[in-house]
Design a protein around this ligand. Structure first.
Ligand code: ATP
Ligand code: MG
Length: 418
């Protein structure tokens, strides 16, 4: 136990950190281009934020939350997702007063008590972007374009953008009755969770993972066929904005999404993976959430994409992010006095913005050179008493073996490396 991380968690190892940094850089870059501003929220929130009054009927809320009482007897939940915290932040800090829509993004860890499988973990990471304060369909299309462009820049192929509209509470309640009518004869065969959803939120039954429920809903009436004129018009406009940007999409009338707060547009981006779960991004409009949290009705839309699944997909598609190999100089030393001097020179070079390294294991000169090779250092310099006394040393280019004599002066060495 002492040397094993909890099930469903992953350590980030030093030989992979550059991939995460690369992705985070790309995310921050694209968000800047789209004018989304970064936010950070706490890892834990009040449980009510996710449960919200009437009770959510999704797997995330019903089965997967890490909820516990803290020492002050408050019910606390590790965030399973980023949208509700973002909506909470928007209300709490009055972001409805800034020019709308408020365009926010986050890179966060999320916690869900799920069974571990490829691409499904108990701690995972999401990049999410949320646009709050506009009901315009252009916002939905803008968000989808951001996710698709990000994937394109990373080099992902065979992606499918699937979209659907799940209507508004008005058209959904009419549909729910129709769906219940259809499901009634099969009620006894539904799984227990779906039985409990039958009255509260029958739509959710369409998203059940059990094979029996899947079989039952196969021929159910489609919500997309029943949405009201306003929702239908909104959906048509989303599609035309996507077409305007040349973004290919597919209509999938079965997408319901894993959280109850969605309205109108919902979408998923699917990667054609052989070995891992393939939904790499999910999002949609949630015009009811902010009102549910007690604020004035405020339309909003957003998405979240899983970073672990993105990395798995990159690996499956053979996209490699080379580890930056940029140790510019290794400063080797002979003897203890020289070691002190060496560290000072290394420090000086780092102050000049140069990636410099020296020995910390009291290695022999030969071993230090071997180590420099392992670091792929472009240059090395060996400092012994002679070099220090004469203030001159040999700067060796590791690629061609050429040695140039150089003054032992940080600025001069730095200039020679640039
Ligand atoms: P799924 O249907 O795969 O369970 P979801 O609908 O629960 O996904 P969302 O809540 O929409 O997922 O989260 C957005 C994204 O976060 C997903 O598309 C996926 O990439 C990622 N994700 C969700 N759950 C996990 C998990 N347990 N481990 C790793 N990534 C996850
Ligand atoms: Mg899920």
């Amino acid at each position: 136990m002492l040397t094993k991380a909890p099930k469903g968690t992953n350590d980030m190892l030093p030989d992979k950190s550059h991939i995460w940094q690369y992705l985070e850089d790309e995310i921050r870059k694209i968000c800047k281009e789209y004018n989304f501003k970064e936010i950070r929220t706490p890892v834990f929130e009040h449980t009510e934020l996710f449960e919200r009054g009437v009770g959510d009927t999704t797997d995330v809320v019903q089965k997967e939350m890490y909820t516990f009482m803290d020492k002050g007897d408050r019910s606390i939940t590790l965030r399973p997702e980023g949208t509700s915290p973002c909506a909470r932040l928007y209300i709490e800090h009055g972001l409805f007063n800034i020019p709308q829509p408020a365009k926010l993004f986050y890179i966060i860890s999320c916690y869900r008590y799920e069974n571990k499988q490829a691409g499904r973990y108990r701690e995972f990471h999401q990049f999410g972007a949320e646009s709050l304060g506009s009901q315009e369909p252009s916002v939905d299309a803008e968000l989808m374009s951001l996710a698709m462009l990000l994937y394109e820049r990373i080099g992902l192929k065979n992606l499918k953008l699937n979209i659907n509209s799940i209507g508004c509470p008005k058209c959904r309640s009419a549909y729910n009755e129709k769906l219940k009518e259809y499901l009634k004869p099969y009620y006894d065969n539904l799984c227990d969770t779906c039985k409990s959803r039958f009255d509260k939120n029958p739509l959710r039954i369409l998203d059940c993972k059990s094979d029996i429920c899947k079989g039952i809903v196969k021929d159910a009436p489609l919500l997309l066929d029943c949405i009201c004129d306003e929702c239908s018009d909104h959906f048509e406009k989303v599609k035309s904005y996507l077409e305007g940007m040349g973004i290919e999409y597919h209509i999938d009338p079965l997408i319901v999404r894993g959280l109850d707060y969605y309205t109108k547009t919902v979408f998923e981006i699917i990667a054609d993976n052989k070995n891992s779960n393939s939904t790499i991004c999910g999002g949609g409009r949630y015009d009811g959430l902010i009102e549910e949290l007690g604020h004035a009705p405020t339309p909003a839309t957003g998405f979240a994409l899983g970073l672990e699944r993105l990395i798995l997909t990159m690996e499956e598609q053979g996209i490699e992010i080379p580890e930056p190999n940029d140790t510019e100089i290794f400063v080797a030393s002979i003897g203890e006095d020289a070691a002190k001097f060496t560290q000072a020179i290394t420090f000086g070079l780092r102050k000049e913005g140069i990636k410099a390294e020296c020995d910390h294991l009291n290695r022999s000169v030969k071993a230090q050179m071997k180590f420099a090779n392992k670091l792929n250092a472009k240059y090395t310099i060996v400092l012994g008493d002679d070099e220090i006394n004469n203030k001159k040393a040999g700067l060796k280019c590791m690629e061609n073996g050429e040695i140039t004599e150089i003054d032992l002066d940080v600025k001069k060495i730095a200039d020679a490396l640039r």
